[in-house]
Design a binder for this molecule. Structure first.
Ligand SMILES: Nc1ncnc2c1ncn2[C@@H]1O[C@H](COP(=O)(O)OP(=O)(O)O)[C@@H](O)[C@H]1O
Ligand SMILES: [Mg+2]
Length: 334
């Protein structure tokens, strides 16, 4: 019913092209492109010092960039910084919580800064304290809070202004596994309610668990971008494993599938076929079996995990990572 004007509406998520930033001689961002669809979770994954915080600071108007352009919630970063600021919320790696104030006071302060009507501000704050399980500690000074409670309060503060896009810079770094799960649940709730989330992380599992799309930042460039599954599939090492009931069927299958480099294990009566694990690849194998009346007992698909991807792309992983990300990687392996 709406007349088409020929102009497409600007995307409401985040787009960036050719973002560059240097500090003196040091090139931190060497031309990065980003695309985040509205209502999705995007993870910028990278080791310590990759430029994640710098990216968040640029996109949230906190620092300038040297080159490139970006649109956030439909607003041009350079032309309309105020409109950008009004659409976003930023939760930093180092929480903006004032320890000398109570949880409620911290929240009301934000409501005042946003010029919310007093009654409305109070209502909003009460609702958020409740939602983040902070009602019981609302009158306590935030300096007594655990790391997990501080992060929750920080996120609750970010939500006072009902931003449509939220930047979360390493939201769970330094949190114990339980608090991390609580934070993940909060993030999932936000997305379910339609919020767009741009998060940075050095935790592989975090990106895998939460993100619709992941971009890997390393050496000032985006070295890979895609869904977790797409990134995993790009890695060598994936394979399909077929298990058989008897040697005869296994031999027949090995013969039929001989074109690919099949590895056989006579003891477990199984064949291993290199594969990206995609549906067409699976179908091709199944078609061969069915076409020759070969019965396989079980089929399993093995894809490399995100850890392998990260290591291959950035050369960083368990061995060379800093203490912080080494812990992160270890935790993802449980
Ligand atoms: N204000 C600054 N002045 C000079 N160098 C900086 C500044 N901020 C960040 N850097 C450098 O930029 C690089 C990327 O930093 P950062 O964006 O904080 O990485 P990450 O958040 O991925 O750990 C690092 O080498 C860091 O030392
Ligand atoms: Mg950082």
């Amino acid at each position: 019913m709406t007349a088409t004007t020929g102009l497409t509406a600007p995307p409401k998520g985040i787009t960036a092209q050719g973002l560059r930033k240097s500090y003196g001689e040091k090139v931190v961002l060497d031309g990065i492109d980003l695309q985040v669809s509205e209502g999705t979770v995007f993870a910028l994954l990278g080791p310590n010092g990759a430029g994640k915080t710098t990216t968040v600071q640029i996109l949230s108007t906190l620092i300038s960039h040297d080159d490139g352009q970006a649109r956030i919630a439909g607003h041009d970063l350079d032309q309309e910084p105020d409109a950008v600021r009004q659409s976003i919320g930023v939760t930093g790696q180092f929480a903006a919580v004032d320890g000398l104030l109570t949880a409620e006071e911290n929240m009301l302060l934000i409501a005042d800064l946003l010029h919310l009507d007093r009654a409305e501000g109070k209502r909003r704050v009460a609702e958020l304290l409740e939602r983040f399980d902070l009602t019981d500690v609302a009158q306590k000074n935030a300096s007594n809070f655990s790391g997990g409670m501080r992060r929750k309060l920080d996120l609750a503060m970010t939500l006072v202004g009902r931003p449509s896009i939220i930047f979360l810079d390493e939201p769970t770094t330094g949190l114990d596994p339980r608090s991390r799960r609580v934070m993940w649940d909060s993030i999932r709730d936000l997305v379910a309610a339609g919020t767009t989330i741009f998060l940075t992380t050095q935790y592989l599992e975090e990106a895998d668990q939460l993100a619709d799309r992941i971009a890997v930042l390393d050496g000032g460039k985006i070295v890979a971008e895609g869904t977790a599954d797409e990134l995993k599939r790009r890695m060598p090492g994936g394979h399909i494993r077929l298990r058989f009931n008897d040697m005869q069927h296994m031999n027949a299958a090995a013969h039929r599938l001989a074109l690919s480099t099949v590895t056989r294990d006579d003891e477990s009566l199984s064949l291993q076929i290199p594969s990206d694990g995609s549906i067409p690849a699976l179908r091709a194998v199944l078609d061969v079996l069915e076409g020759s009346g070969i019965h396989a007992e079980a089929l399993t698909v093995h894809t490399p995990d995100l850890d392998d991807v990260f290591l291959a792309l950035t050369g960083q992983g368990r061995k060379t990572a800093t203490t912080d990300s080494a812990t992160a990687v270890k935790e993802t392996q449980r």
